[in-house]
Design a protein around this ligand. Sequence first.
Ligand SMILES: [Zn+2]
Length: 455
Amino acid sequence: MPMPPIHKRLATVVGISLVLLFASGFIPEEPTYHPMTLTTPSPRPESSKTNDTSGAQGRSLLPNDAAYEVEKEVLASQAAYVVHEHAVVTNETVRAGDSMALIFARRNFPARALYALTQTAHGETLAGIFPGAKLTFETKNDQLTVLTYQPGPLERVVFSREQDGSFSSEEIFTKPEKVLTYKHGIINSSLFSTSQAIGLPDNLTMQLAQIFQWDVDFVLDIRPGDEFFALVEEQHLDGEFIGFGDILSARFVNQGRTFTAVRYTTEDGVSGYFNATGRSMRKAFLRAPVEFSRISSSFNLRRKHPLYKTVRPHRGIDYAAPPGTPILAAGDGRVEIASRTKPNGNYVVIKHGEQFVTKYLHLSKFARGIKSGKRVNQGQIIGYVGSTGYATGPHLHYEFLVNGVHQNPRTVSLPQAKPVARKEISRFREKTFENLVLLDHFNEQVALASTSHRS
Ligand SMILES: [Zn+2]
């Protein structure tokens, strides 16, 4: 329980006045901590003996001045204390299943107070309170005067009661302090186990894997000894770590090949990762549009059908995945077909410019809003894995066509996403220079440390 400000203030006042008294030679035999005693110190005979050099005048002047100042302070604090005499502040953490109505009922606050809160500019926030968020109630004479809702360490919504019984509201954001940190990991089995071992949280590991996903297949390409370096932003509040921000720059070494990426936000406000020359780390298409557990059937134009024993080409790849796994648009484009046929089940065809078409078959269902004519962005969920149509188990059958010809989605060379625009390349260099240098420097330090360990 933190000390109330009034007591802190008094303690400070007492402390200062004691220092002043000591400095001036007034050393009370039994210092008492009651402010009134200190503000009106009466010189004792013993005190004057300890300070022979100062005359009677000088002796009384300084402490009296100090005492006067102290008295003013104490009076002011006391006045402030009186004003807040009946204010009671209590905190609680929102529990699972809580709603503001339930909390108000528990605390015996009238429903009309909650109604008044919902009528404020930020009233809607109170409809979406979630477990773990903090609530602070300030009441005066059992009446709610201030409610603070704190969904996270960086955000507060404060509702204050006005004279007429209505509430006003304001949202206050705290900017965290940004601190740079470095992470280095050497993979022995998987990226995730290594990340966990060095304290990189899963969402940052995902971010790292997404940055390099076009260059490294994190399911099939990873080898023991692969390593990564990352310059990461940490967020601090009042000197305390509260969470990670973005990866600012990163390097991944996969089977001896090195990939380096730096984060850059374009003049238009779009953030992405680029290599040092401004080429996008992204390709125009995802290699696999679903997180799959295995490839259940490969691309094979001369496949003998297992049942019919005839040549039945398999013009796509079957990715086995649990039913309901999200399927993503492989690239930016427009939905040409979102429909159902007997062999395909629910299926989607997306056209990407003039050259490219991708097809997704056997979906359990379409994502909301997916219909022909709809624009989609790379990575957007278009549907979910199922086994509709001619399918023996849940999987995604995925096809990739270039100029109308089926290509192997695993090996087709994918076009690059747009690089940094030529007109802002100098801005790009200026903004990313430091984060690339810091990454290089860290990389060198790690390399030096490991060679000196070996020798
Ligand atoms: Zn198939």
